[in-house]
Each structure stands twice: as C-alpha cells, then as structure tokens.
Design a protein around this ligand. Structure first.
Ligand SMILES: *Cc1c(COP(=O)(O)O)cnc(C)c1O
Length: 412
C-alpha cells in the first residue's frame, strides 16, 4: 500500500495542508537520504496502518479482561494477540507489550525488582550504557546507586572480569547488560553466572538486538535474564514502543510495575501495530532480513576499516558499527556534519579509548530498503571520499540520491 496515498493522507492534505506538507517532506527526506542511524528502521505499511487506526481513540487502562474502561472487548483481543505472538516469537513465558518506549520498559523493570537506593551494576555511560543505566540526568541515576563496568580500552570488548570483580565488591541488587553502542554479542550466560554468584537479578536491556534475536541472527537473552527489556522500533521494525519479557513467576510484578505503577492507559493502536510487527518478524522473510542486516553490517564495517577508519572491536556481530574517523583527519562531530551534508544520516557516540567522539551507524534501515553487500561497499567508499574531502558534498549527495532512488523504502 503506497503510504503517501492513504485515505488519511488525503484527508489531512485537504484539512491541514501545512501539517500534510511536513509529513510528506519527512517521507521525502527519509526516502532520499541514507538512514544509517543504528536505532532506526522503516516499519511496514501494515504497521503504519495499525498506528493510524481507530484503536488510537480507545482508552484501555488495565489488562485484557480486567480494564478500568468499558468497550474494551475488541482491543482486548488485539492485546492478547500481541502478547501471544511476543511469547511465541521469543520463547518467553510472559510478555508485557504496554510499555510506551524502551525507557519506560526499563523504568518498569526497575520498579518491579528494586527499591530506591538499591545498587545496580550496568555498563557505564561513557562505554555505551543508555541514559536509563544510571545517568545523573535520568530517574535511574537519581533513584538508584549505579556502579559502572566498562569495556577494554584496546579491544573494545566488555571487561567480563571487571563485571565479576565489581559484582563481588558492590553486591548489586541487579545487573544490567545491554548497550546503545555495543557491536558484539553479549555473553548472557556469563552475566547470569555472575548474577547468581552475588544473588542479583539480571536485567537484559536488549533494545537494539531484539530484532536480530527474533530473526535468529543473535543469541537470545530470554533463557538467562530475569527480565528482558526491549524496544519494538529498532531492528524489530515495529512501531515506536517498548516491551518486557520475563518468566511466569515475575509476570504479575512486571505487569503491575507497568500499569498502574509507571504508566496509565495503554496505547491500543501501538499495541495492535506491535502485534502486526511480531507477525511479520515470525516469517521466514524476516529471518532472511535479520541475517542480511548482519551480513551488510560486516561488509560495511570491513569497508570502513579498509578506508582507514578505526572500527571498534575490529568489526561487528550485529547491525551496529562504531568507528573512529580520526585517521582520515576528522573528529566524530565534523564527520557527522560532512556526512549529513552528503545525505548520510548517522550519530556520534563515545569511543572506548579517550574522549574523542566516534561515529555510530547501523544497517537495519538500508537493509529493509533492499540494499545488499554491493551497496555497502559503495557506501563505505562514499563515506571515505566525503570524510577525506575528495568529493564535493553535492556530488556525494547526487550519488546518495541515485542509490536511494533504486531502493525506495515505500513504493508508490
Ligand atoms: C533505544 C534504547 C533504549 C530506549 O528506548 P526509547 O524507546 O528511546 O526510550 C533503552 N535502552 C537501550 C539499550 C537502547 O538502545
């Protein structure tokens, strides 16, 4: 279904051309530049259609069969389908699909397992921990006593020995594994072992890799973690939102931590869209997609390394790459600006060594567009030309336009 020609778009165009114009301009931006932000993807027209549906009108506090509002009999079915599909997809005993975002899911996980003032061990923010892993600007850093583990400055790999030592020293109530910028698989079994040794809960914040897990392209944290927090909009390619997976024994605590403790009414349109995305993620086509995402990231990482960038950990196991452009004579921020001018959109991130900012990019969106390894080689070359200043940004922009023209995220 051509997204630009939905009934809703036509209605909006007539009623509010100003906003309709903005929606179309954003669609045009997404379709004519390269979306290399590691956390982004293109959800399907079916997912977008659930998001734009009448379910958005429905108030539904509570859970299926136990709502505080009338008229929930139909949306209850939608939520049950979403929960059942999530449980089947991730082989989890319980799923809560109401979290409004990844951060809300983490907040609820903490609420379910911790008391204010408890000690929590998580990847430090300078090494790729998320805001919810103890930032002083976030509720997590304000309400809990976070201790940060790091990555090895040389290899960029999680320092598992340090995790063990810090756990023994600080006896945390919970250990969090998961990152916004870690390109390698996480050793969940080892985290479980350390958590068991010190009597801590293990919380896996799998916001990034959960889509790869769904497609069988990354190991699952579900057998190891007490609670798995995730987003549904990154590699998983669903609507913007969060999700929590856990065993049956924590189900009630987790559900209560989401509603009524940290959230109000569930967003039924988003929950329906999550169900659609889980349905898509259970198909063989999604398995192919998830493996292609990783294959593309490996080729892109190797291409960037061949062009002289320093790729953290020497490569990737996932959709995500972090790299230092310094050998090409530019710092991360300058690099991001130059690449943006050329139509390549990505983020800066912290690097394991020193204070310099690096680049963080991912292949989830370009792979959804149908790009393959040949296109990754081309992107790596274009990257280096732009960063070295060998290509005018306008000429690079034209090349990006040519590429995106052949791989449209939405047809019509
Ligand atoms: C993206 C992400 C989140 C937060 O997701 P939001 O939906 O932006 O709140 C939390 N933790 C990790 C590790 C993430 O990558």
């Amino acid at each position: 279904m051509p997204v630009t020609r939905t009934l809703e778009a036509d209605v909006l165009r007539r009623q509010d051309p100003e906003l309709a114009g903005i929606l179309l301009a954003e669609l045009d931006r997404q379709s004519t530049t390269l979306q290399l932000i590691a956390a982004e993807n293109f959800s399907s027209p079916a997912v977008l259609s659930a998001l734009g549906s009448a379910l958005a009108n429905k108030y539904a506090e509570g859970y299926p069969g136990a709502r505080h509002h009338g008229g929930c009999e139909i949306v209850d079915v939608a939520e049950r389908i979403a929960v059942d599909r999530a449980k089947a997809l991730f082989a989890s005993e319980h799923a809560n699909v109401q979290s409004h975002s990844g951060s809300s899911a983490v907040l609820a996980a903490y609420a379910a397992l911790l008391r204010p003032g408890d000690t929590v061990l998580a990847l430090g923010l300078p090494y790729g921990g998320h805001l919810t892993h103890g930032s002083p600007a976030n509720f997590s850093g304000r309400w809990f006593d976070f201790v940060g583990y790091g990555v090895d400055a040389e290899t960029g790999l999680i320092d598992y020995e340090q995790v063990r030592t810090l756990a023994r020293t600080h006896r945390p109530k919970a250990i969090v594994c998961g990152s916004i910028a870690y390109p390698r698989h996480i050793d969940y079994a080892l985290f479980r072992e350390v958590a068991d040794e010190v009597g801590a809960y293990l919380i896996a914040d799998a916001a990034h890799p959960i889509g790869l897990v769904a497609g069988g392209a990354a190991p699952s944290p579900v057998p190891y973690a007490d609670v798995v927090c995730a987003t549904t909009h990154k590699v998983l390619r669903g609507p913007r939102g969060g999700m929590i997976l856990c065993g049956a024994e924590l189900a009630e605590r987790v559900d209560r931590a989401v509603f009524p403790f940290t959230q109000g009414g569930a967003q039924m349109h988003t929950i329906a869209a999550k169900a659609v995305a889980f349905g898509e993620a259970a198909t063989p086509a999604f398995t192919v997609y998830a493996h292609q995402v990783v294959a593309n990231a490996r080729v892109l990482a190797a291409g960037l390394a061949a062009e002289g960038l320093v790729v953290t950990t020497g490569g990737t196991d996932t959709h995500l790459i972090t790299a230092d452009p310094a050998p090409l004579g530019v710092d991360g921020r300058t690099a991001r600006g130059r690449l943006a001018a050329a139509g390549m959109v990505l983020d800066c991130c912290a690097l394991p060594h020193g204070d310099a900012r690096g680049l963080r990019l991912g292949t989830a969106a370009v792979t959804t567009q149908g790009m393959g390894e040949e296109e990754m080689h081309r992107i790596a070359a274009l990257f280096a030309e732009v960063l070295r200043g060998e290509t005018e940004s306008q000429k690079a922009r034209d090349e990006v336009r040519e590429l995106t023209g052949r791989f449209q995220p939405y047809t019509g």
